[in-house]
Design a binder for this molecule. Sequence first.
Ligand code: SAM
Length: 287
Amino acid sequence: MMEMGKYLKRVGDDLWFTETDRDNLKIDYRIKDIVFSETSPFQHIMILDSYDFGRMLVLDDAIQTTAKEGYIYNEMITHIPLNIHPNPKNILIIGGGDCGAAREVAKYPNVERIDMVEIDEMVVQASKAHLKEVSGDLSDPRVNFIFDDGASYVKQKRDYLYDVVIIDSSDPVGPALKLFELEFYTDVYNALAEDGLMACQSESPVFYSEMMVNINSRLRSLYPIVKLYLATVPTYPGGFWSFTIGSKKYKDTNPDAFDKETKYVNKDILESCFALPNFVKERLEID
Ligand code: SAM
């Protein structure tokens, strides 16, 4: 018998998962099946098969990614920074346990190393076994799984620097909290080559704009170039989601160089991704 999790309820013959991300907003998803449900030393992990979004990865009752639309987030957090950097070879992914980001990075033949530092091995195992729509088979030998805390990993000395760091973390609670702090961003800055850049998910501009602004100002204190971009992720609270780039040298995308097979990112998206609505510009105090 699978653990039900706090927010799974039977209503008549139906099973519903309620996401209670906010005090005054709850969203219900009708579920066909509980595919996986276990508690790791870090969090409660579920893979649910839902009617509208297919299989979904749920960590501590928050939806992380789904079979139906996980590609939007995973393509945006990877292809934008990888297209800005003219020749990325060493890539670090922090978090990203669903393996969707690593799968996108593996589309770049010139990338030589993909270090993926995920705190929770069980998320990777569950995603590879039960969420192949997101993880793919990820047998690429360049992917080097390191099961460690991303914040301690970036403090360690290595004999190489990274060209691109992708911070694919869960929301700033529990073990992910450190991944939003200035100390961590400073360590990431130091782990980057002199022309390196990083990209992170920077929360909802609608519901968590304070966090988005904090991330922006922490990165502005380190990098000469800081840019924000948005995507609509239907299963994230508020729909809109933000990503932030901190770059030591490169600032523009190079749409003509983009030749990857994708479902969301294309040359037009790369051309226009830094166009922001007024309410976001006002929050960031940029023109
Ligand atoms: N796309 C997702 C989102 O924004 O909801 C995030 C994807 S991924 C599943 C987030 C991963 O970050 C989780 O697998 C979690 O275990 C991992 N994580 C949280 N804190 C971490 C830390 N301190 N170091 C490394 N990985 C961490």
